[in-house]
Design a protein around this ligand. Structure first.
Ligand SMILES: [Zn+2]
Length: 144
């Protein structure tokens, strides 16, 4: 597991918090972790990290990726397979401590309308090799 990971109690899903704190995203209040993702992949490709260091999705996250996610349009950056999935977790008031997995825009809009200040964590997970990385954290009201 990459240093800085944090485990969420309800699902014990580790969100791989990159070592950097991310960069401001395109919309106000969002944080983009794609730069940290690139850095991590560069370290893996340079041999500084083993495959086990970067392909460490826990079983619960794998289960969610298989059952409650959307397909990605890009291949997995590690195994190049077409098994990359995008999982969205919503955190905030009146939601489970481990967040709620959300799979549709309609559900996302409903959660946003219910209560302000909720945030969506977008995570990519490869069901082939267990690669996983946090891509973005954004306010839910973004409709992103
Ligand atoms: Zn993969």
């Amino acid at each position: 597991m990459v240093p800085g990971s944090r485990t969420v109690s309800w699902l014990t899903v580790p969100f791989l918090q990159p070592e950097s704190s991310g960069r401001p995203g395109r919309s106000p209040g969002s944080v983009d972790y794609r730069f940290a993702r690139r850095q991590l992949l560069q370290r893996y490709r340079a041999g500084e990290l083993d495959r086990g260091d970067v392909c460490d999705a826990q079983l619960e996250l794998m289960r969610i990726a298989v059952n409650c996610s959307q397909g990605s349009t890009v291949p997995c950056p590690v195994c190049a397979g077409s098994t990359l999935r995008v999982v969205r977790f919503v955190f905030g008031a009146r939601l489970p401590a481990g967040g709620r997995v959300v799979n549709t825009r309609a559900e996302m809009r409903k959660l946003a309308a219910e209560r302000a200040g909720r945030r969506c964590y977008t995570v990519e997970v490869c069901t082939g090799c267990r690669w996983n990385h946090l891509l973005q954290v954004a306010p839910l009201d973004d409709d992103g």
